[in-house]
Write a protein of this length. Structure first.
Length: 117
């Protein structure tokens, strides 16, 4: 989901539902070598028709290559180094509903192109 579609989805949610919380935070992943892959996580919590709902959009750089670094010791394992693109990003949308019994978020299995609020 590109930025324009995300902005449209966010505006639709704001118009139709009561927003409980909205935030943007960094999403940092570290490969085995120690390189940081910096992304961003946007989330909106609102009170919808299915109860308390959380929509999360994760943006990360596109991984161009994985370099394997092997060790020749007996119990050695390969270390993975990711090569990422600085200009292209990938986005993922996850939707969760609040489960009162488990007191935790439960992920909904919905395809991204079927999302509408």
């Amino acid at each position: 989901m590109n930025q324009e579609k995300w902005d449209t989805l966010r505006e639709n949610i704001r118009e139709k539902f009561d927003i409980i919380e909205e935030k943007t935070e960094p999403d940092v992943m570290t490969d085995d070598i120690g390189n940081e892959i910096k992304g961003e996580k946007d989330s909106i919590v609102f009170d919808g028709s299915m109860g308390k709902t959380l929509v999360v959009r994760t943006t990360k750089p596109v991984i161009l290559d994985r370099k394997m670094h092997y060790n020749k010791t007996q119990a050695g394992k390969a270390l993975v180094e990711y090569v990422v693109d600085d200009t292209e990003f990938t986005n993922k949308i996850n939707i969760y509903t609040w489960d009162d019994i488990a007191q935790d978020w439960k992920e909904l299995d919905i395809r991204e192109d079927k999302i509408s609020f």
